[in-house]
Design a protein around this ligand. Structure first.
Ligand code: UDP
Ligand code: UDP
Length: 472
C-alpha cells in the first residue's frame, strides 16, 4: 500500500453497476479482487446506494466511490434508487429508462478522469446501462459489459431473441431447438424469461432490450460471474452473439473476498444456533431480492417447512407478512425466520446447512455451488428457470420443487405445502438429495480452486487487465 501512495496507480478501472442488489454485489466483489491486485477502482453510483456500498468496501484502500444524483421518477416514492425499493415489477422499465439521464454527469466524470494521472483502463458497465457505450466510444475508453447472469442462460436468451423458436412451438412445453447449441437439458418456452414472449417492436420493454442488446454486442468484452469449468462448452456460442468481444469468466466473484476475509465470528444468535445443529441437517430458504411473493404462498412455505420436520433458516423479504396463527409455537427451536439482510454466503458455508431452497437467482446458485450445498430449485422470474435446469438436470447438484406447470403467464402459480414438504424431504433425506450433495461438493472444490492463485478465474482476470493495458 505504501508503495502505491508513493507513485500513482498504473491502472484504474471504473465500475458502473445497475441499481439492483443482485447486480451491485458481484461488482463490489470484483472491485475488491481488482483492489487486491493494486488496481485503483472507482465505483459510480447514486447517493441512495452509496451508504450500503461504502459499508461493503470501506476496508479496501484502492476502491473509491463517486456519487451522482439519481433523477426523480414520476409516481415513485422519493428516495427510491434501487429496484429492491420499487413498489412493484411494473416500475422496472421506467426505472431503467430514467438512468439514461445520468449520461451527462457520467461523461463529465470520465472526462475528468482522462485528464488525471490515472486515466481509466476501461469502464465495466451493467448491461442495463447500455447508454454508457456511446460515452465510452466518444472518449475512447473500452467498455466491458456485466450481466449478472451465467454463460448458458445468456447464450440461450440471446439465441431465442435471434431465432424465435418459441413462436413455432405448438405448446409452451414443446422442446425448443437452438441452432448450434448443445443444451444440457430440455428447453421449453415455459423456461424462458416472461419478457422474451412479448418481443415486438412496438413494445417498450422489447425496445429497451434491443437498445441495451446493441450496446452489449458492440462492447469490448463481457465480464462474467461464472467459472470456466462450470460452463466452458457454452462460451463459444455465447461469444458468437458479439462483434468480437470475449467473455471473461472471473467468478465466483464473491469468493475472491471470502477466501481471505470471511468474517469468522459466530456471535449472532443465528450463527450460535447453526453451530449447535448436526452437519448437513438444516435447510436454508431464501427467494432473493426481486420476486414478489404473496402472503398465501408464504403461508404454504411455512407449513411445508414445518411438516418436513427438518430444521430451517428462512429469510423473508416481506415485512408485512406474519406467521400463520399457532405456527410460532410449533416451529420453536426447529426453525428460524429472519426478516433482515443476512450474510448469505456465510450461512451457506456453515457445516449445519445441508440444502438450499432457492429461487435460483444466479448469485444464489453460485454461492450454493461454491459452498457445496445442493439446491431445492424453485425458480420464479427472469432467467431463474434456466439456472434451475442447469443445476438440476445439467449438473445434478439439486432437485426441483414439484409444481403445477407454469402456463407461460407472468402469474406465479401457488406451490402447495405438500410439494414443498416433499421436496425438502427428498433433498435433505432422500437418495436424490444425497447424490446432489456429492455433486455440489465436488463443484464447490472446483469453484474455490478457480479463484485461487493460478486458478482459471484468477488467471483470466490478470489476462483481461494485461490486454486492456496493451490497448492503452
Ligand atoms: N436481460 C437480458 N440480459 C441481461 C439482463 C436482463 O437480456 O443481462 C433481459 C432478460 O430478458 C430478463 C429481463 O431483461 O428477463 C429482466 O432482467 P432481470 O429480471 O434479470 O433483472 P433484475 O430484475 O434481476 O434486475
Ligand atoms: N443476499 C444476502 N442476504 C439477504 C438476501 C440476499 O446476502 O438477506 C444476497 C445473496 O447472497 C445474493 C444476492 O443477495 O448474493 C441475491 O442475488 P440473486 O441473484 O440470488 O437473486 P435476486 O437478487 O436476483 O433475486
Amino acid at each position: 500500500m505504501e508503495k502505491e501512495m508513493a507513485s500513482p496507480f498504473k491502472n484504474h478501472v471504473v465500475i458502473f453497476p445497475f441499481m439492483a442488489q443482485g447486480h451491485i454485489l458481484p461488482l463490489l466483489d470484483l472491485s475488491k479482487a481488482l483492489s487486491r491486485q493494486h488496481i485503483k477502482v472507482s465505483i459510480i453510483t447514486t447517493p441512495g446506494n452509496a451508504k450500503s456500498i461504502l459499508n461493503y468496501i470501506s476496508s479496501y484502500p484502492h476502491v473509491y466511490l463517486i456519487e451522482i444524483p439519481f433523477p426523480t421518477i414520476d409516481g415513485l416514492p422519493k428516495g427510491c434508487e434501487n429496484t429492491s425499493q420499487l413498489p412493484s415489477m411494473e416500475f422496472h422499465l421506467p426505472f431503467v429508462n430514467v438512468t439514461k439521464q445520468l449520461r451527462k454527469p457520467f461523461q463529465n466524470i470520465l472526462e475528468t478522469m482522462l485528464e488525471s494521472q490515472t486515466p481509466p483502463l476501461c469502464v465495466i458497465s451493467d448491461f442495463f446501462l447500455g447508454w454508457t457505450l456511446a460515452v465510452c466510444r466518444e472518449l475512447g475508453v473500452p467498455r466491458l459489459v456485466f450481466h449478472g447472469m451465467g454463460v448458458l442462460s445468456m447464450a440461450i436468451i440471446k439465441s431465442v431473441w435471434v431465432h424465435q423458436p418459441h413462436l413455432k412451438a405448438k405448446s409452451v412445453f414443446d422442446p425448443l431447438n437452438l441452432p448450434g447449441m448443445k443444451l444440457p437439458f430440455t428447453l421449453t418456452s415455459a423456461d424462458l424469461p416472461e419478457t422474451i414472449n412479448i418481443q415486438n417492436h412496438d413494445d417498450p420493454f422489447s425496445q429497451l432490450i434491443e437498445e441495451v442488446g446493441e450496446a452489449d454486442a458492440n462492447s469490448w468484452g463481457v465480464v462474467v460471474n461464472s467459472f470456466e469449468e462450470l460452463e466452458r462448452s457454452h462460451i463459444p456460442c455465447f461469444e458468437s452473439f458479439y462483434n468480437g468481444a470475449k467473455a471473461w469468466c472471473v467468478g465466483p466473484l464473491y469468493l475472491h473476498e471470502k477466501m481471505e476475509d470471511l468474517d469468522k465470528s459466530n456471535s449472532s444468535m443465528l450463527m450460535q444456533w447453526l453451530v449447535e445443529q448436526t452437519p448437513d441437517s438444516v435447510i436454508y430458504v431464501s427467494f432473493g431480492t426481486q420476486a414478489d411473493i404473496s402472503d398465501t404462498q408464504l403461508n404454504e412455505v411455512a407449513f411445508g417447512l414445518k411438516d418436513s420436520g427438518f430444521p430451517f433458516v428462512w429469510v423473508v423479504r416481506s415485512k408485512a407478512w406474519t406467521l400463520p396463527v399457532g405456527m410460532e409455537e410449533k416451529i420453536k427451536g426447529k426453525g428460524l425466520i429472519i426478516k433482515e439482510w443476512v450474510d448469505q454466503p456465510k450461512i451457506l458455508s456453515q457445516r449445519a446447512i445441508g440444502g438450499f431452497l432457492s429461487h435460483c437467482g444466479w448469485n444464489s446458485v453460485l454461492e450454493s455451488v461454491s459452498t457445496g450445498v445442493p439446491i431445492l430449485a424453485w425458480p420464479m422470474i427472469a432467467e431463474q428457470s434456466l439456472n434451475a435446469k442447469l443445476i438440476v438436470d445439467g449438473l445434478g447438484a439439486g432437485v426441483s420443487v414439484k409444481r403445477e406447470k407454469k402456463c407461460g403467464s407472468s402469474e406465479l402459480v401457488i406451490v402447495s405445502r405438500e410439494a414443498i414438504c416433499e421436496g425438502v424431504r427428498e433433498l435433505m433425506g432422500g437418495e436424490k438429495g444425497r447424490n446432489a450433495r456429492e455433486r455440489a461438493q465436488a463443484l464447490g472444490r472446483v469453484a474455490r480452486g478457480a479463484v485461487q492463485e493460478g486458478g482459471s478465474s484468477d488467471a483470466t482476470l490478470s489476462k483481461m487487465i494485461d490486454q486492456l493495458r496493451a490497448c492503452q
